[in-house]
Design a binder for this molecule. Structure first.
Ligand code: EPU
Length: 418
């Protein structure tokens, strides 16, 4: 029998839990090590399946990865031994496309499997590729692979048609070693983009404006190693706070960056939770029943699509009707049908979900379909009457480090069956 999580719901979660480092900042930071032959040391890399996949990919490209004496992860790519990200890795993790920019910048050549659609949408990388072309690369699609080539890249003004997080990161990494100035307009403002820029600057890059919609990069001939501490995971933080709210409990997260959580915290308050922030600590006290609220996902600093599924679980128990609009991905409501199996009343049509709150969920066997969907099912299970079994837990392990252990520390009855 494959791994499952078994949850006996109904007890309010209480206590304190430390937030891990951000998955979506760790992945580009690891890939940035491809830009230099010197070691890049990352202090707090989370233990996630996606991190393991990235390590494997980097090792295939020539990286030596070890733990340094201070407990950091040291990545050294003395020499690139390959320039290819094979299909078997890209198909398990789309973020593998983040090697394209660094490989192109350092080696002048990259071959990366074209990611297909995935559980949450079509997710093309056309904006990444158009940007690389603006920087002077030749791009061809051959046999399911992107083949990118160039001599030294040349700085350019790039305006993406839409806001893309990994697109901004990929282009920023490529532009760091380009000749001249690159301006990225309509850039993603996510904290993970700013964190990557901080690492690149520590490595010797010249970048201004990361975290705003206009990023300016002055190319330099080469960059070196650096040591870097990755920002806290705002999505894990939000998920743990929702666990407090949905169980009518009292959860405090520590080591968080509250300024990255403003949209999530505002929405929790709208749902009736009491939020208090002190330094890097955020406390969430749930009430007996959440209040209804409408949610619209949008790029940072708007409400994150990566918290949409968790809020659907919360709003499913609200007193009243809520409307959730997903504007980032076209197919990110797969959890609705599973929540309905637990007694929720959710109807989806296109990019909108209408959630009619019910007084309680019932435990049920449910199946995770993607990373954040699996988190929403765990949250629903924590609040449900009876036992919930979540299968396909490998989706959860991609982006949450031992979530069940952290939830146990808050008093949840949750165990992993192998
Ligand atoms: N898009 C295009 N063309 C492109 C790039 C994006 O059409 O060239 C579209 C996408 O299909 C999507 C929208 O633009 O509809 C935004 O996609 P974006 O590129 O911003 O997403 P991403 O960079 O692939 C990152 C996170 C996701 C998170 C999104 C949105 C990483 C490794 N992944 O993906 O995280 O949902 O930004 O914030 O940073 C997760 O952690 O569960 C996760 C899916």
């Amino acid at each position: 029998m494959a791994t499952r999580l078994v949850i006996d719901g109904g007890s309010p979660l209480r206590g304190e839990v430390q937030v891990s480092a951000a998955k979506n900042a760790a992945l580009p930071a690891l890939c940035a090590a491809l830009l230099t032959s010197e070691p890049v040391i990352l202090d707090n890399v989370p233990g996630l399946a996606d991190v393991a996949t990235t390590r494997l990919l980097l090792e295939r490209l020539g990286a030596e990865i070890s733990s340094d004496r201070g407990g950091g992860t040291e990545v050294r790519v003395g020499r690139l031994t390959s320039h290819e990200a094979p299909y078997e890795l890209v198909s398990t993790m789309r973020a593998s496309v983040l090697v394209l920019g660094p490989l192109l910048a350092r080696a002048g050549v990259a071959r990366v499997a074209l990611p297909g659609g995935c559980a949450i949408g079509v997710r093309p990388i056309d904006q990444h590729l158009k940007g690389f072309q603006k920087l002077g690369a030749d791009i061809a699609i051959q046999n399911g692979y992107v083949e990118a080539r160039s001599s030294r890249l040349k700085g350019a003004r790039i305006t993406t048609d839409l806001v893309t997080v990994t697109g901004t990161e990929n282009l920023m990494m490529a532009a760091v070693l380009a000749e001249g100035t690159t301006v990225l307009e309509n850039a993603a403002r996510e904290p993970e983009v700013a964190d990557l820029a901080r690492l690149l600057v520590a490595m010797g890059a010249r970048i201004d404006g990361a975290g705003t919609e206009r990023i300016e990069i002055q190319g330099v001939p080469e960059i070196g190693g650096a040591r870097h501490r990755i920002i806290p995971d705002r999505i894990e933080a939000g998920t743990l706070l929702v666990a407090g709210a949905i169980t009518g409990g009292d959860v405090t997260i520590t080591g968080a960056a509250p300024r990255h959580l403003t949209a999530t915290l505002a929405k929790l308050e709208e749902c009736g939770a009491t939020i208090s922030v002190a330094g890097d600590r955020v406390r969430c006290q749930g009430r007996e029943r959440p209040q209804a609220a409408d949610v619209i996902t949008s790029p940072f600093p708007g409400f994150p699509t990566d918290m949409q599924a968790q809020f659907m679980a919360l709003l499913g128990l609200a007193d009243g009707l809520s409307k959730i609009t997903e504007t980032i991905f076209e197919n990110r409501f797969m959890h609705a049908a599973e929540l309905n199996r637990m007694g929720a009343r959710i109807e989806t049509e296109g990019s909108t979900a209408v959630v009619r709150g019910v007084p309680a969920y019932q435990g049920a066997p449910v199946m995770a379909t993607d990373l954040r969907a699996s988190a929403s099912l765990v949250l629903a299970g924590l609040a449900a009457r009876g036992t919930t079994t979540v299968s396909r837990v490998y989706h959860l392990d991609r982006g949450y480090e031992r979530l069940e252990v952290r939830l146990q520390s808050l008093g949840a009855s949750i165990r992993r069956l192998r």
